[in-house]
Ligand binder design. Structure first.
Ligand code: KIV
Length: 269
């Protein structure tokens, strides 16, 4: 079911940049967390292909499929119908020809997304342009593009050499010209991200790209500290979630074994 009640739209992203209002986005993959996020003031929710890693335990995002992102998008948009939900176009889903790419995007919009995110730009300019012309807001994603992890030989900071920095800048300009409403800049030097941010009219949303971006995004599970063994320096945990969960489950276990759970009040007569 199409999410049409979001108070935020793609043009609001650009307006926020004009008004120098920072944008906050988080990832989400499920109904329960989406319901909680629906009560917050975050500006957008990304159903990222990081779902393949965070929810399904894969080592990269390459295993994500349109069907997988569609299912997670349905759950999130049911939980947060008031939010601007962006769905990730998974690996290769926009590289098999225009018609196939449009079908993929269509499936994600039918699942409740308002916008789609696509990594990179070279070789799929036609897809981005056609989606935009079709009224589908497109968010770009430059810098570390996790779907290219095999080409990089690992999850590595991008844009450190002059040539790589120049490439990212020119792709950012190309994305703006193709009509993207915003772009994620992932794991690039803060100075480069700031330079791109100043050069563009559309907002940049950073993750590991420093404070000069127009907004920031974090994976919700990282923000909640649910995965303490994964801590790149940009992923600040705002909660000691793992400890709290472990403690709650230990309390439950103790109560069951001590016979103090359930009580009469917690039982039916
Ligand atoms: O898939 C994802 O979660 C992302 C964010 C890290 C931006 O692309």
């Amino acid at each position: 079911m199409q999410n049409v009640t979001s108070p935020f739209s793609a043009t609001d992203f650009i307006q926020a940049k004009i008004e120098r209002r920072k944008l906050s986005l988080v990832t989400c993959y499920d109904y329960t967390f989406a319901r909680l996020l629906s009560k917050t003031v975050v500006d957008g929710i990304l159903v990222g292909d990081s779902a393949a890693m965070v929810m399904h335990g894969h080592s990269t995002t390459i295993s994500a499929t349109v069907d997988l992102i569609r299912l997670h998008t349905e759950a999130v948009s049911r939980g947060a119908p008031n939010k601007f939900v962006i769905a990730d176009m998974p690996f290769l889903s926009y590289r098999k020809g225009l018609a196939a790419a449009l079908d993929s995007a269509h499936a994600l919009l039918a699942a409740g997304a308002i916008a789609v995110k696509i990594e990179g730009v070279d070789g799929h300019e036609d897809v981005i342009e056609r989606l935009v012309q079709s009224g589908i807001p497109v968010m770009g994603h430059l810098g570390l593009q996790p779907q290219s992890v095999r080409a990089y030989g690992g999850f590595r900071v991008q844009g450190r050499s002059d040539e790589s920095a120049r490439d990212i800048c020119s792709r950012a300009r190309a994305l703006e010209q193709l009509g993207a409403f915003a772009m994620v800049l992932e794991c690039i030097p803060a100075g480069l991200a700031q330079e791109i941010t100043c050069a563009l009219h559309i907002p940049t949303i950073g993750i590991g790209a420093g404070a000069g971006c127009d907004g920031q995004i974090l994976v919700l599970q990282d923000l909640l500290g649910l995965n303490p063994s994964f801590h790149p320096k940009f992923a600040r945990p705002f909660l000691d979630g793992a400890d709290r969960v472990l403690n709650a489950v230990a309390c439950f276990d103790q109560a069951v074994k001590a016979g103090t759970f359930p009580t009469t009040e917690e039982s039916y007569s």
